[in-house]
Write a new protein. Structure first.
Lengths: 369, 328
């Protein structure tokens, strides 16, 4: 008692104030609440986007409406939107596997390029030697191996020396891109195109068949969703990824060979991105060029994260982003709003989603008067 | 190489190094407080576009009364603020809302690339083709001639002929060096970055330090963007003009071992590599080989620093991990 009195009389003593708000961690969040909070977050982002559209002197409601019509309004654009969602969905799953293990693979761009280039090699130079199904199979396998190996390189260094994988995977994007550019401007350049540095179109035998008007990449993507879901949730290897992601120390203590998990997972992650490359060149472009990724490797990070690394949720997110991207093309022609607006809007939605997690994980308790 | 070509090469290397130096310094400051902001590329885009927009709008408003140096100062100031806005968004999300630092940085990059290109293109559409700034403004961002000093052979061109932003970058490096090593603020900042819990316990306001470091750091990154749009591209907007340089800066932070002095050397080295092709072309080596040099160099730096793992040259300990007071 006496001591307390002395402290309060000390000149440096400041009366301790309870903060006006404090945070308490929530134990569990109901699904309804989780969905509601995220929906509000997306709406808030769209609202901010709307204000920006207003600043550009357009009517946001009309612009958003035209985005929807331009991406879902007719079978033709619907197919186009589906085609844009396929690479996002496939790549998103590859990234999710790496992210689950807290391995920040932002090298999907490079892994897509590696896969696309390897597949194109067979499509361009060996199409005469085999029937179409075999050729497509070989292209698929080549893309898987090339993407996988490209993804595994940083994992080798991460496993051995704990080399920063974020920057390593990123730098490999540029290396892969310059490699493909070299081929495009050099040895693979189509001489019949005169001055233009482009690579020849694939023979018809190297093109993916269509089902319901969209190349079968969508079936490949949906099969992958099931496979990745089972792998992540039901397999021993998937469990090991989760443990390594939670804590490397725990994983080592539990006797998991963390190096092996790094290498194996990054091979699979890169291989899945490689499949994106294959699907893009064999299904959509029928050739390969320096623009083959179209930024999918980066946008797919968004897909993986917004879906909370859940393969099933990634279907919805990749379709949503495809709507934004296809729609932004439409509003570019109608309103002359540059299509970069889509990227900014995606950024805003990401901010909102990242921010809203806080309100799911923590409860705010305000000071009572 | 001829004697004069060497001087030319050095001159161009400095020009190529300056945006890298700004961005590297900004990120060093941010990381010192324990925030790993991967949004450098995005903040550079924001700074670059805001700089052009500031000059363009100022000049469109005052018309013939345009003063080159006012336009230039506005570009630098608004570019800084745009980058700082990126740092603020990052701080709100990671410090206050405790979001994952990696993903927040990536989101900031996606947002910044979109916002920068959008603003740049909108300005272009408004200007009926592409934006340009006044000749006086352009002159502010091109090489200068100081009486006497710039006339000294070789040395004049090497040291006294750059635009003001080059010197601003070097001054920024020196100021940061002084803050980190000689001031109480620098010491506290290091404490926050190394061990926020300890810093908190001795009464340092961790949140305030993290916010200010990320905001000022973001602003400095924005200046790198201003240099690219105003000096390299003389006030016109070129789509995707930052082109990965923000990411190189993130790697340069590691190369520089979180020291501003080494950031100068690193930026010069990487700047030099990026212009090497123009001065040392070798028959039979395609352009792409030169283009990948900075990226391969970055990878080598990453590998070597990870193998050496010296304590003194390592990242502030709390980098990448958010600090929750309640979970101490």
């Amino acid at each position: 008692m006496n001591e307390n009195k002395q402290i309060t009389q000390h000149p440096d003593y400041k009366e301790h104030h309870e903060p006006w708000v404090r945070m308490v961690k929530r134990d569990n969040v109901s699904t309804q609440r989780a969905v509601a909070v995220r929906a509000i977050a997306i709406l808030a982002a769209l609202l901010v986007g709307g204000i920006l559209i207003l600043l550009m002197e357009h009517n946001p409601i009309l612009v958003y409406k035209d985005m929807i019509i331009g991406s879902l309004g007719s079978p033709l654009v619907l197919r186009e939107t589906a085609r844009m969602a396929i690479p996002l969905l496939i790549t998103g799953m590859g990234i999710a596997l790496a992210f689950k293990m807290r391995f920040w693979n932002i090298g999907a761009e490079g892994q897509i390029i590696a896969g696309a280039t390897a597949a194109s090699y067979f499509a361009l130079f060996h199409y005469q030697n085999m029937p179409s199904p075999v050729l497509l199979m070989v292209m698929f396998a080549a893309a898987v191996v090339a993407g996988g190996v490209w993804g595994m390189i940083p994992a080798v260094f991460k496993a051995k020396w704990n080399t920063n994988e974020t920057l390593f995977t990123l730098m490999l994007n540029y290396v892969a891109l310059e490699g493909l550019r070299y081929l495009q401007y050099g040895p693979w350049r189509d001489p019949s195109k005169m001055g233009f540095p482009v690579i020849a179109m694939f023979d018809t035998s190297a093109r993916l068949p269509r089902v319901f008007g969209v190349h079968i990449g969508w079936i490949i993507a949906l099969v992958l969703v099931v496979l990745v879901y089972i792998y992540m949730k039901k397999s021993k290897q998937g469990y090991e990824i989760t443990v390594v992601g939670e804590s490397i120390q725990t994983a080592k203590y539990a006797g998991i060979n963390t190096s092996l998990v790094f290498l194996r997972t990054m091979f699979i992650s890169g291989a899945i991105a490689g499949i994106t490359g294959f699907v893009t060149v064999a299904g959509a472009n029928f050739t390969v060029s320096e623009e083959v990724t179209g930024g999918v490797g980066f946008t797919a990070i968004t897909v993986a994260w917004l879906a909370k690394l859940n393969p099933a949720a990634m279907i919805a997110i990749s379709v949503f982003l495809a709507i934004l991207q296809k729609g932004s093309g439409t509003i570019q022609t109608i309103y002359k709003i540059p299509s970069s607006a889509a990227s900014m809007l995606i950024g805003l939605i990401l901010f909102a989603m990242l921010g809203c997690e806080f309100f799911l994980n923590y409860k705010l308790i305000f000071k009572k008067k | 190489m001829e004697g004069f070509a060497v001087v030319d090469f050095f001159f161009m290397a400095v020009i190529a190094a300056t945006p890298l130096l700004f961005a590297t310094l900004g990120e060093i400051l941010t990381q010192k407080s324990g925030s790993l902001n991967l949004g450098v590329e995005g903040m550079m885009f924001m700074g670059a576009a805001a700089g052009v927009a500031a000059s363009y709008i100022y000049e469109a408003t005052v018309g013939d009364a345009t003063l080159g140096f006012v336009s230039a100062i506005l570009a630098v100031l608004i570019g800084f603020l745009a980058g700082a806005l990126g740092g603020l968004i990052y701080s709100v999300l990671t410090v206050t809302f405790r979001a994952n630092q990696n993903v927040t940085g990536l989101a900031l990059t996606i947002f910044g690339i979109g916002a920068g290109n959008l603003v740049g293109e909108l300005l272009g559409i408004r200007a009926g083709g592409f934006t340009t700034v006044a000749e006086d403004t352009k002159r502010m961002f091109s090489s200068i001639s100081i009486p006497w000093l710039s006339d000294i052979p070789v040395i004049g061109r090497l040291f006294f002929s750059y635009n003001f932003m080059v010197y601003l970058a070097i001054i920024t490096a020196i100021v940061l060096m002084w803050i980190f090593n000689k001031t109480r603020v620098g010491l506290n900042l290091r404490g926050v970055g190394e061990s926020p819990a300890t810093a908190d316990a001795v009464g340092i306001n961790v949140t305030r330090y993290k916010y200010i470091a990320a905001i000022v750091g973001g602003g400095i990154c924005g200046l790198g963007g201003v240099f690219i749009s105003m000096a390299d591209n003389s006030g016109t907007w070129i789509f995707n003009c930052i082109a990965g340089r923000g990411w190189i800066a993130v790697a340069l932070v590691i190369f520089a071992a979180w020291r501003p002095s080494r950031a100068i050397i690193g930026a010069l080295l990487f700047g030099g590599l990026s212009v090497l092709r123009l001065y040392l072309p070798i028959d039979g080596i395609p352009a792409q080989v030169y283009n990948i040099l900075p990226f391969v160099a970055t990878i080598l730096v990453l590998i070597f620093t990870s193998i050496r793992q010296s304590k003194e040259h390592s990242q502030p300990k709390s980098c990448g991990i958010n600090y929750f007071r309640e979970e101490r």
